[in-house]
Design a protein around this ligand. Structure first.
Ligand SMILES: [Zn+2]
Length: 621
């Protein structure tokens, strides 16, 4: 035990618990419902935390922070403690009846945790954080053919693991926030108190809860829940200004053609040359005509979902498209966040081209000052780089992208931001010149601004260099290995490094070794190896691993952790954009009509971007 670390964190950890317990007693009106309250810190615990009546278990590293933790780490810890403490009421005092409702206790714990913790971190833009944390991963699954409702039936506990995923962790919180908006905060609170009191020390279902809530409001919550909780997918909207600029048309559609309506109040920001108007719209019909008081013409753009509380795909109109692709700096940080997410979904629906988006990314990164947005854009850039550009396009973008990222690394005022820029650069470097510079930084011959390279980052950089400098593979391997201090990390390094070998036969046998369950025991290491084996620079040769990886899926679901099948698929399919790779996946599913439905859905989720990306490259059959 690191006694210093314990001493440094002890007071804060106790006071965070005390604060969360008092807050929950106050909010629910129910005093702490069990005899004792313990918490236990467990080294390398597989979850962040796990609630039990009277005793919460935590992963020690999530609670005992290193010296001088940054704001995000402090917020993360406070949120985890508040989350687990909320479970005492939502989960332990009232427990779900069956796994269909597993989402319910999670969504309430997250919802309460935000309420408990956020006011203590006034420096953080929580609306923007919520948007960036939840919307991209929710859309990432919900736009796919493999999506599912928040509430899913479960007939066999053996498959409980496949319930967990982005829909539960990210779409459910979005729906919950909408519910609070519809009901008003004090009314929802009253309903939750009634629910907890009615079912204390017992079991309850989502239906039991919605019945209680529905009696407290004029809104039809049964109908609301039926679609937002009971149906998969999301509405598609098309907002377009009429040619005269005086009316705005909002078309709502069901992508499945089933004429479903997702009731919500959307906010549209309409910007004319001289002023902006924010228009609230209830979206309960197919077609809505808005006639705002126009400013002096012309209209510049319409930003749908401008407050970030709505949910759906918002197809961009051509006027707004033109305006936004020029730059977003007129917008507030929250609106920029909304706009990026919308643009990304428009890329997925082929309304924006990869090159156009990358162009905007470069321009915005040059001036963007919000760190959360910078990280979001860099992540989009990386996905474009890995999956939406072909080698010629990567070559073309290399010069401007690399010089921007290098400048930003050097100019960053904190080690933290220098690291963000530098790691993005090392992920996306193509040119020989930048590769040589990265190598000098790795060797310690060059200092990159305020960048500090702790051992784990240096190892990542070594991997990137081994991939790009095959002639130096052995030398880099030996030198990096010599600088790794911890035996576990050394073991991991030795495990991963064959996936980076310049010798294709070594990479083949590395992949082949994963067919044995005993070689998949360290799942994070396997995933790391897979991402290197499937790296864009290894294509198209690496495509041969796709089919056997799919064939292993059923076995992997039995032997692996609950998140492993999805992550295995993401690591396998997340870099391809060729027709042949897409065809491998289609054929695999077509040839197996009786394939387990839950795994088929996982494959459809993980291959969604592959199919969309391959549509941009019809010629590379
Ligand atoms: Zn939880």
């Amino acid at each position: 035990t690191d006694e210093k670390k314990v001493r440094r964190n002890r007071n804060e950890v106790f006071s965070l618990h005390e604060n969360a317990l008092e807050w929950m007693e106050e909010y629910t009106g129910i005093p702490y419902p069990f005899d004792k309250f313990d918490f236990v810190l467990i080294p390398s615990f597989q979850y962040g935390g796990m609630e039990h009546p009277g005793s919460v278990f935590y992963s020690d590293t999530r609670v005992l922070l290193n010296e001088a933790p940054d704001l995000q780490e402090q917020l993360g810890r406070a949120n985890l403690i508040a989350h687990e403490t909320s479970h005492i009421w939502f989960g332990d005092l009232v427990t779900m009846e069956w796994f269909d409702d597993v989402w319910l206790k999670e969504v309430f714990a997250g919802f309460m945790a935000d309420k408990i913790v956020n006011p203590s971190f006034p420096e953080i833009d929580h609306d923007l954080l919520f948007l960036l944390n939840h919307y991209p991963p929710a859309y990432e699954v919900d736009r796919t053919a493999g999506t599912h409702p928040v509430a899913q039936p479960l007939d066999n506990l053996r498959n409980a693991g496949t319930l967990y995923g982005n829909i539960i962790y990210h779409k459910a919180p979005i729906a919950m926030r909408m519910l609070e908006q519809i009901m008003d905060e004090p009314v929802l609170r009253k309903g939750l108190q009634q629910y907890l009191n009615t079912y204390a020390y017992g079991n309850a279902t989502w239906k039991d809860l919605i019945r209680i809530l529905d009696q407290l409001t004029a809104e039809d919550l049964q109908a609301w829940g039926k679609i937002w909780i009971g149906e998969p997918g999301m509405p598609h909207f098309h907002v377009s200004p009429a040619a005269n600029g005086r009316t705005i048309l909002l078309l709502a559609g069901d992508p499945a053609g089933r004429k479903r309506h997702w009731p919500q109040t959307l906010y549209l920001l309409a910007a004319w040359e001289n002023r902006d108007t924010c228009l609230p719209v209830k979206t309960s019909r197919d077609k809505i005509r808005l006639e705002p008081q126009p400013g002096s013409l012309p209209l510049r753009y319409i930003l749908p979902n401008s407050n970030g509380l709505g949910y759906g795909y918002f197809r961009i109109d051509s006027l707004s498209r033109q305006t936004f692709l020029k730059g977003l700096q007129d917008l507030t940080p929250l609106q920029r966040g909304v706009c990026w997410i919308n643009l990304w979904e428009n890329l997925m629906h082929r309304q924006v081209e990869p090159g156009e988006l990358l162009d905007l990314i470069l321009r915005e990164l040059a001036t963007e000052s919000d760190r959360q947005i910078i990280r979001r854009i860099l992540s989009y850039a990386h996905t474009l780089f890995r999956q939406f550009l072909d080698p010629a396009a990567r070559e073309k973008w290399a010069a401007p992208l690399e010089s921007l990222l290098r400048e930003k690394t050097l100019a960053a005022s904190t080690p933290d931001m220098a690291r963000t820029w530098f790691m993005a650069l090392s992920n996306m470097t193509v040119s020989e010149e930048t590769t040589r510079w990265l190598a000098r930084v790795w060797e310690g011959k060059e200092q990159a601004g305020h960048l500090l390279l702790p051992e784990t980052d240096r190892t990542e950089l070594a991997y990137e260099l081994m991939l790009r400098l095959p002639e130096r593979y052995e030398e880099i391997r030996v030198r990096q290995r010599a600088s790794i201090t911890h035996p576990d990390r050394l073991e991991q390094f030795d495990f991963v490094v064959p996936a980076l070998s310049p010798d294709p036969a070594v990479r083949d046998s590395c992949f082949a070794s994963f067919t044995l369950a005993e070689n998949r025991e360290h799942e994070p290491w396997v995933l790391k190896s897979l991402t290197w084996l499937h790296h864009p620079f290894r294509q198209p040769r690496s495509e041969q691993y796709i089919l056997p990886a799919l064939e292993l899926l059923e076995e992997i679901q039995i032997t692996g952790d609950i998140f492993f099948p999805g992550r295995w698929l993401d690591a396998t399919l997340g870099t391809y954009n060729s027709r042949s790779a897409a065809n491998t996946v289609s054929r695999f599913l077509d040839e197996r009509p009786g394939y387990p439905e839950n795994l088929r859905m996982k494959i459809l989720q993980s291959s969604d971007k592959l199919f969309r990306a391959s549509a941009w490259y019809p010629e590379n059959e």
